[in-house]
Design a protein around this ligand. Structure first.
Ligand code: NAP
Length: 281
């Protein structure tokens, strides 16, 4: 017989708010514990085991897990996960030592604000840790529409670099594009420029999800139009960080198009020439 489970969310910061909002939207009942509160009160177990989602800052993970153990909020057979991409399950050794199932579940989601967190429905997370903890968090994740991918032997620095490249890089692209949009026509406000960038990034996310990262390109290079690339770089002289981002993106895209063979070699050679000329200026 499957034991009943009680979901406990510890931490009411940005990621905690995303989980709270998503669980409320999906009518998943859970207990919310304010991590820095001096007193923690949890509902009685009534025979249920607990699935604890530790949404606290990275440095607070291990001490908070220890506090959960010492205050008898966590027991053998419970499951506990933290959400840090840079840290593995060993952060939860204090919980593992009493027989709790542990894991690192990293939502591949950027949450910039406590007050307007994104819903986790349709998003992805990765997991490294015990099978039992994986099963426990997947049961919650399935209800809120979050897909959990199990990983093993994670190189945390490389893995998190990839996540940061998408999350921070996406914002950097939006910031640079917003500067250019604002200077591309009369009357474009900061709000307008952000909306234009958000629209493009949302469509890119759709294309990457449906076509795969290597097949999601919609670039003038696919039409053999290297003149457009030159004109872009000329126009970006007004904001050098944008030109630097564009050149870095172009180098990646040329490498990908070369590997997939989807554009004539002469077009890629010309694109490389343009890139080399603009990089050495
Ligand atoms: N934000 C993101 O985009 C993102 C993305 C992926 C993964 N994550 C991971 O999610 C976890 C939470 O990050 P976050 O962005 O939500 O951080 P956050 O907004 O800074 O808030 C985290 C919460 O940690 C608790 N906290 C702070 N200092 C503490 C301390 N000294 N002792 C105990 N608890 C403390 C607080 O909870 P109370 O307010 O309840 O006291 C705070 O609200 C981290 O492991 C992070 O790496 C975040």
């Amino acid at each position: 017989m499957t034991r009943r489970r009680q979901v406990v969310l510890v931490g009411s910061g940005r990621m905690g708010s995303a989980f709270a909002r998503s669980m409320r939207a999906a009518k998943v009942s859970f207990a919310l514990v304010r991590a820095r509160s001096a007193k923690w009160t949890l509902p009685a177990r009534r025979g249920a085991s607990r699935t604890v989602i530790l949404a606290v800052t990275d440095a607070a993970i291990a001490p908070t897990a220890e506090r959960l153990v010492q205050s008898d909020c966590l027991a053998r057979g419970d499951s506990i996960v933290h959400l840090a991409g840079m840290r593995g399950p060993a952060e939860l050794d204090a919980a593992a030592a009493i027989g709790a199932h542990v894991g690192a579940m990293h939502p591949l989601v950027a949450v910039a604000s406590r007050t307007s967190p994104p819903l986790l429905r349709g998003m992805a997370a990765t997991f490294e840790g015990d099978r039992a903890a994986l099963a426990a968090v997947r049961a919650v994740a399935a209800r809120i529409g979050l897909t959990v991918h199990a990983l093993e032997r994670v190189d945390r620095a490389r893995y998190h670099a990839a996540a940061a490249l998408c999350a921070t890089g996406g914002v950097a692209l939006a910031q640079a594009a917003a500067v250019l949009f604002a200077r591309s026509a009369a009357g474009v406000t900061d709000e307008d420029a952000s909306a234009y960038a958000a629209s493009l990034l949302a469509s890119v996310a759709h294309n990457v999800a449906h076509e795969g990262a290597q097949g999601a390109l919609a670039s003038p290079l696919l039409r053999g139009d290297t003149t457009a690339v030159e004109r872009h770089l000329d126009a970006m002289a007004v904001h050098d960080p944008a030109a630097q981002l564009y050149r870095a993106a172009l180098a990646q895209v040329i490498a990908s198009l070369d590997a997939t063979g989807s554009v004539e070699r002469a077009v890629l050679d010309r694109a490389r020439e343009i890139l080399a000329a603009r990089t050495s200026r």
